[in-house]
Write a protein that binds this ligand. Sequence first.
Ligand SMILES: [Zn+2]
Length: 92
Amino acid sequence: MLTAVILIFVINFSNISGKTVVIKSENEILYEVSLSKNRVIELDGNTVEIKNGCVDVTKADCKNQICVKHKKISKKGESIVCLPNRVIVEIK
Ligand SMILES: [Zn+2]
């Protein structure tokens, strides 16, 4: 039981320190940047903001705006997809 608790702690800790934001377009990786560094990435049609450990699509020229309305992501495995622009923003 104690071992399991320690293991969970270790996994959580490594998630916090080693998260990477991957931005893909048509399965091609455009950006692979650290989640811990604040920055704004201007794509062709989408603006992605990395701020305080969260990733958000703040602007987009797509019609449905689903990617802009999507809540900020901060956890490993989460993603924001812009189908019209074929852009995928995910946390690894
Ligand atoms: Zn979109």
